[in-house]
Design a protein around this ligand. Structure first.
Ligand code: MSP
Length: 526
């Protein structure tokens, strides 16, 4: 696999370790995982990186509150994020922690590369201005509002609602102001660089309003990567954090195999709150270091709960494990991918979750598989039956599965429109269920057993294709479907979706096991 398709490199944002993982983190992980899995199934050699962002004032303060040394605190919380990738069945190829040695090396190397390639771009000065610890970001006076923070105190607030504090300290600066035109030219030449378009417009208008130089080092705390050559300073956490995307593929070894194969990245998947860092700072740092820019930044929306922003003070924060315990892992993955549309905010509600899971998974795909395989098991000696001559209805369903499914699905996937890709796949599920109802194989059992065999064969073959195409979203359930059909593990990628690789008649199958149980509405609501 992967011999003649382009390598594909995709990343998530790396999570701050100042709190436990929540549904928002889980959503981003799943979104990125689904893309990575689709690309592998489509024959690409994929590198998928995720990790944790462990430096900066926010993490240092939280560690202190917990009475722990920063590194010990990070070790503890990072484990929760690593555990989340397992809980969610995330197929990341690497997990980077910014406190690793390899990352110190890469972060210092990019600093040096900027100094070597553009010596005027880093200069020593004094920062006097506003800083939001929660965003780990600098803000201009004009961007601030007056407001009350979560603790009820009056404050100047950053656009995110986080309080800002006044900072005055010696600092190294990055000459971001020199990149205004270069960035605008780059955005014009690469119209797909930032998606969705609304975010691209937001960034372009921000850049057009003129960029200020930014402070890229701090001296009033020490929890960070030391600035090369001046260890009184630690690097600004975002400069170190963004560099993770190249640390993960071996930077500074730009001649190394991983770097040559995977840089520039195909996709940085991030949330809408951190576009300024990814769409302005990161490209500018890379230009200054004379490195190539990633191909695309995709900013997804936020997951709200029952229409409200998730927050500790509201008490509506959902831990990913709770959803998995309630609905099942693949059901949770499906739900998030089906419910949230391209780049928009998504809303989570238990009521809606139950309806969606029952209609699409339990009654839709699950029921199709269960009734088909049970009938085969009972009425065909527990063997895939041999089909007789196909009629137009049979041909139509198989043609949909073999020839009219993968291409449109991949087109949606390539744009991260997984809700539409799933809608598309479920058209086949619905067609197959309508076909069962119309053909009524249970009635054919007596009337025309040979015809029943054909119908059951056509259904089993359709299920094989559905099992293959759904793997990226519901990996373990789809594997179970394919296991039940006795499909070899090496015959499950998209190149096997065609009539050439149809099911072998007479393959023995086991007694079928249900895949997506129906959720009891009353019990789950409680
Ligand atoms: N550490 C930075 C990212 C550095 S990337 C070089 C950060 N960390 S975070 O833990 O706050 O967020 C990690 C990711 O989760 C971000 O992409 C963020 O947008 C996303 N989300 C955080 N809350 C979210 C929701 N409620 N919904 C969806 N995604 C959200 O930012």
């Amino acid at each position: 696999m992967g011999a003649n398709k382009q390598p594909f490199y995709i990343t998530t944002a790396i999570s701050y370790v100042n709190g436990s993982p929540h549904l928002g983190h889980a959503y981003e992980q799943i979104l990125t995982d689904v893309m990575a899995r689709f690309k592998r199934l489509d024959g690409h050699d994929v590198m998928f990186l995720t990790g944790t962002d462990e430096h900066g004032q926010k993490v240092a303060k939280t560690a202190e509150k917990n009475g722990m040394a920063p590194k010990d605190f990070c070790d503890q919380v990072a484990q929760e994020f690593i555990a989340m990738t397992d809980q969610l069945n995330i197929s990341n190829d690497d997990f980077i922690r910014t406190t690793e040695e390899r990352h110190y090396k890469a972060s210092q190397a990019i600093w040096n590369a900027i100094k070597e390639n553009n010596p005027d771009d880093i200069y020593l000065g004094k920062y006097e201005g506003w800083y939001s610890v929660r965003d780990e970001g600098y803000f201009a006076e004009s961007e601030l509002t007056e407001g009350v923070d979560a603790d009820g105190n009056k404050h100047k607030l950053a656009p995110s609602g986080a309080p800002v504090e006044w900072v005055e300290e010696e600092s190294y600066f990055f000459r971001l102001s020199a990149y205004t035109d270069k960035l605008l030219d780059f955005f014009a030449a690469n119209p797909d660089f930032i998606e969705p378009e609304s975010r691209r417009n937001e960034i372009i208008s921000f850049v057009k309003s003129g960029l200020q130089d930014i402070s890229i080092s701090r001296t009033n705390f020490t929890w960070g990567v030391p600035v090369p050559g001046d260890e009184r300073h630690v690097m600004y956490v975002w400069l170190d954090a963004l560099t993770n995307y190249i640390t993960g593929i071996g930077y500074p070894e730009t001649g190394g195999e991983a770097y040559k194969k995977f840089w520039p990245a195909d996709y940085h998947v991030i949330g809408k709150d951190i576009i300024r860092f990814h769409c302005i700072y990161w490209p500018a740092f890379l230009m200054a270091a004379n490195l190539q820019l990633p191909k695309k930044i995709f900013a997804h929306g936020f997951i709200n709960v029952d229409g409200a922003k998730m927050s500790k003070s509201v008490g509506n924060v959902i831990a990913p494990q709770d959803l998995i315990d309630t609905y099942g892992l693949d059901q949770t993955r499906y739900l998030l991918m089906r419910e949230v549309s391209h780049g928009n905010d998504g809303n989570f509600s238990h009521e809606h979750a139950i309806t969606r899971i029952n209609s699409d998974l339990a009654n839709g795909l699950g029921n199709l598989v269960q009734r088909t395989l049970s009938m085969i098991h009972k009425n065909c000696d527990a063997q895939i039956p041999s089909p007789n001559e196909l009629n137009d209805d049979d041909k139509k369903l198989l043609d949909h599965a073999h020839n009219r499914l993968v291409k449109p699905v991949i087109e949606e996937v390539d744009q991260m429109r997984f809700n539409r890709a799933l809608e598309n796949i479920w058209r086949l599920v619905n067609d197959a269920n309508a076909y069962v109802d119309a053909q009524a194989p249970w009635a054919l059992k007596k009337e025309d057993p040979e015809r029943m065999k054909t119908v059951l064969y056509v259904l089993a073959e359709t299920i094989r294709v559905l099992g293959i195409i759904t793997q990226a979203v519901t990996p373990s359930s789809s594997s179970k479907m394919l296991d039940q059909l006795k499909i070899d593990a090496d015959k499950r990628d998209f190149s096997f979706i065609n009539s050439e690789h149809q099911l072998q008649p007479e393959t023995a199958i086991d007694k079928p096991q249900g895949i997506f149980p129906r959720l009891d509405t009353a019990e789950k609501a409680a």
